[in-house]
Design a binder for this molecule. Structure first.
Ligand SMILES: [Zn+2]
Length: 601
């Protein structure tokens, strides 16, 4: 009833929602954020809820958090400061029946007990509290702060208490915030007010509501110009950074007001050091948006961040036209200390990235707006449903950008062979926090991306694949698909039982190992025997070269393996076979390619 065999939400599918009102003050002397969050939460589930779980991700940044205690001594990508964490006060939950302030915090999770169980199918609760935290320098490569010549760059995410997902598969998703495991959030509307000293430039996921109060006249004019320009326009140019001309007020504070609808999160950034530029995005169907970049002078330059807005625009336009219309107005690339991290409408990319690296990271982080921001899967458990899908679509975006200016990576499945032969490899189904850190790039990114590439280019063909994949995106936009929903959806639209492929490629450590056993003359024709020595069956492509140098291609369906691991094909020909090559287009990461060629001696 909740999820159908066709891979769609069922007639009784439900999802809870959370609307956020957030107010925050940035203290840029002590690097402290003080704020207030008010969450309007609706229980659409068929169950009454005794309590609501929130995520307190800033609590990772303490001496005794599980994330700190499970980070190896030598450190890793997910290092975090330990002098932080939330200070919470005035905690209350208010329902129709009464209020409660009872709660329990365990590591990065907070359980709020309600006065009485929240009604099923529409019960509403208002959650309120004040929060305060010191912005870590090292924020697990997902947020943090960076000192540059003209000031501090604050990249702010995981910055407010937010509701965990209650769903029909797991119930409350309370997996703690440890390191590699990312996020799983409910959708809702956001109203965000950020107060900072007047010399700060503030950007946020949402649409700026009060440009007349926080931008100078000149900036408002430049903004209007950028909304109509395919070429990048400065809002704050490099010469203006750090000078009074860059700000609407000479002293005191300014409050920046943003709104965002139907989003699973909001992130923001602030700095006195920001150069700010923008260009229009053409999103298809006449819809436009505004690509923007904020970066310090250290990142300036035509081989570096001067092209960031062009990259952002190219990336978002491609995905918007190819897969699903981009739903937000802003797409803002922020130069920060973070290597690369995605939020709805905002990406944090490393301020020293340049050239092809800057394209790659920008394209990747904005691609995340489709997975998991639009298609809201559970990243903490299934990183392949966001990282893998995103790495896959990045291939086509990179191919399309500026006539293929930058190199491709996913289109060479054989580059995976070394990993697939590695003794301690792990499967795609390994949760992000469990995968060995040296394997994560493969389990979460390259192996699933390559799997989709093989599925599209080798197994189904582009048309059948694209019909199914786009239908999956449209069907699960703003919803919470599980792995089986994806598998079922692809099978249903493509009209193909692909269980052999899902089971082989997405679960466990099995490999593809096809080979040619024998080629021999037979009653004036030829018998070609192929073998399957691996755990994953595959359709077989053979290229036969005859002694007169002509060639013939043979495509054998995956069903040849249904009755065993050896299959003999009758090749009808009057010619003499010189050579047979298995997988002539090098589309399969066959772990043993030594038996893939037969030559007449
Ligand atoms: Zn990613």
């Amino acid at each position: 009833m909740y999820r159908t065999a066709s891979g769609k939400p069922g007639p009784e599918y439900w999802q809870n929602s959370a609307d956020y009102k957030l107010e925050a003050i940035l203290d840029d002397v002590n690097h402290i954020i003080s704020g207030m969050v008010s969450i309007h939460y609706t229980n659409n589930s068929p169950e009454m809820l005794d309590f609501i779980w929130l995520y307190l991700e800033q609590d990772r940044f303490t001496e005794n958090s599980r994330g700190t205690l499970t980070t190896p001594v030598q450190g890793n990508r997910y290092n975090g400061d330990v002098e932080g964490g939330f200070e919470l006060s005035n905690i209350s939950t208010k329902t129709k029946t009464g209020t409660s302030s009872k709660y329990l915090i365990t590591d990065t999770r907070m359980q709020l007990w309600l006065d009485r169980p929240l009604a099923a199918k529409g019960g509403e609760v208002d959650i309120k509290m004040n929060f305060k935290f010191k912005v870590p320098v090292e924020g697990m490569d997902r947020m943090g702060r960076l000192e540059v010549k003209d000031g501090t760059i604050y990249a702010l995410a995981q910055w407010y208490p937010r509701v965990a997902v209650f769903d029909d598969v797991v119930s409350w998703n309370t997996d703690p915030y440890l390191g590699a495991g990312e996020f799983y959030c409910e959708y809702g509307n956001y109203d965000v007010k950020i107060t900072a000293s007047a010399d700060q430039t503030v950007i946020c996921s949402g649409v700026l509501q009060n440009p007349k109060e926080v931008l100078t006249k000149t900036q408002q004019e430049r903004w209007a110009q950028a909304e109509k320009s395919d070429k990048t326009v400065y809002i704050i140019n490099p010469e203006e950074v750090g000078k009074p001309i860059a700000h609407a007020k000479a002293n005191g504070t300014l409050t920046w007001h943003f709104k965002m609808e139907n989003s699973r999160d909001v992130a923001w950034a602030a700095s006195k050091a920001f150069i700010w530029d923008a260009a229009r995005m053409n999103l298809g169907g006449g819809k436009t948006g505004l690509a923007q970049s904020v970066y310090p002078k250290e990142s300036d330059g035509t081989t570096a961040w001067t092209r960031s807005t062009e990259y952002t625009k190219g990336s978002v336009e491609f995905y918007s036209k190819t897969y699903f219309p981009y739903p937000y107005h802003n797409a803002i690339n922020v130069a920060a200390s973070v290597g690369g991290m995605e939020y709805p409408g905002v990406s944090f990319c490393h301020y020293k990235s340049r050239g092809a690296d800057l394209w790659d990271v920008t394209d990747h982080e904005f691609g995340h707006n489709w997975f998991p921001m639009i298609v809201g899967s559970n990243e903490r458990r299934y990183p392949w449903m966001d990282e893998g899908f995103n790495t896959f679509i990045n291939h086509y975006s990179t191919q399309a950008f500026n006539n293929g200016e930058f190199p491709l990576s996913v289109n060479n499945p054989r580059s995976l062979i070394q990993y697939l032969n590695y003794e301690n490899r792990e499967g795609i189904d390994t949760y992000a926090d469990i995968a060995n850190s040296r394997n994560l790039a493969y389990t979460a990114y390259y192996k699933p991306a390559t799997g989709l590439y093989i599925l599209r280019e080798y197994i189904l063909g582009p048309e059948r694949f694209d019909n199914a994949f786009k239908s999956y995106i449209h069907t699960w936009a703003y919803k919470h698909p599980q792995p089986n929903d994806f598998f079922n959806h692809m099978e249903n639209v493509a009209g193909e039982d692909l269980s052999w492929f899902w089971k082989g490629w997405f679960y466990g450590n099995g490999n593809i190992d096809l080979g040619i056993t024998e080629v021999k003359p037979y009653l004036g024709n030829y018998l070609i025997t192929v073998e399957n020595d691996g755990k994953i069956p595959m359709p077989v492509q053979l290229q036969v070269t005859f002694t007169d140098n002509t060639t013939e291609n043979i495509n054998l369906p995956v069903e040849i393996w249904q009755r065993g691991n050896s299959w003999t094909h009758l090749l009808k020909t009057t010619k003499q076979v010189q050579r047979v090559i298995l997988d002539p287009n090098k589309m399969l990461p066959d772990v043993n390619v030594l038996n893939d060629t037969w030559n007449k001696i």
